[in-house]
Design a protein around this ligand. Sequence first.
Ligand SMILES: Cc1ncc(COP(=O)(O)O)c(C=O)c1O
Length: 385
Amino acid sequence: MTAHSYNFDTCPDRTGYGSLKWDKYKGRDILPLWVADMDFETAPEIVEGLQKRLDHGIFGYTIPHEAPIEAVLNYLDRAHNYSAQANWLNFLPGLVPAINLCCHAFTEPGDAVMTATPVYPPFLSAPDYAGRELIKVPLCLNTEDQWTLDIDAMEAAVTPKTKIFVLCSPHNPVGRVLTREELTGIADFCERHDLILISDEIHCDLVFDETKKHTVTATLSEQIAARTVTLMAPSKTYNLPGLACAFSVIEDTKLRLQFQKTIRGIITEVNCFGYAGIEAAYNRGEPWRQQLLTYLRGNYGLLYKFINEELSGITFRPMESTYLAWFDVNALGLDNPIKFFEDNGVGLTDGGPFGGQQHVRLNFGCPRSRLVEGLEKMKAALDNR
Ligand SMILES: Cc1ncc(COP(=O)(O)O)c(C=O)c1O
């Protein structure tokens, strides 16, 4: 029997569905290659799972139940060698609220939260929203010219008031899959300074470099597991962010109770379709995910070649995961890079809110023809300046 072949080459028209990605440029001739939302239909197996749930016809209050719990536990074990327990889980409508709630749950007024920049902007806004101090430590380049965490700079910046380190692994926006050694360095740092580690691993199933493997930080040692809040979701991998389904894994009872106390009455759990989505994605989404990774690898190869051969002035370092490419555009000498590319028909994400001035992020999770169209527009814009 030949394996089913999924279609990543076309995408239905998304207008009229309130798409954040597409409606931003409604009525303007701008190709949206920004927010982390892919222009691919999700796996047909997930659509089937949702359809089955829809066909039931009753959409009552839904609690975490056996099917999604088992799906998550089996997935963690199978995909990440993480043997977790049902009572460690909390289902959540999103990881952004989870990051914000962690700042409330695990710090007091006057405390500080540390993270490494550039990084997904809610990491930077969450401490501020909670009225806590933010300590930003820039990533550095290692001997292989790859972005990594700068432990020495973190040591220099940490204060007695620092209570949390927020980690993005794999990393958005630089696309690194951190090695066990790098993660151990971060874990040791958190232990030395008695920090709680918030490990956002939402991109962990998007490792397209076949030589790299994601390590769940909490699997490094019992010691680090006892101070870690792992945040995950199928939403980036299976293109389900609109279903609002995510979860946390907190092994330590005291931390878990602190977190649960903070979310009580404020955060709803996942809705009935979110549970159905989680279940279908983790139980039956793997063949689709494998083909997605192959497709993304192809898009990345094309993008890397194009940027390095056709677009001088953009620095793009090799990446290993995610569909989000991070470009240093400083050498182009543009006053406002985002506006420049928008004026020339391409919508990218501004690096500023990530802590990366003169950087832009491009989403290559789209049909290849669309990616080529965007790149050609960028080239034409730069050539015709
Ligand atoms: C690192 C990271 N965390 C969280 C999110 C979003 O999480 P959610 O949609 O579950 O709030 C994203 C989205 O791009 C992300 O890149």
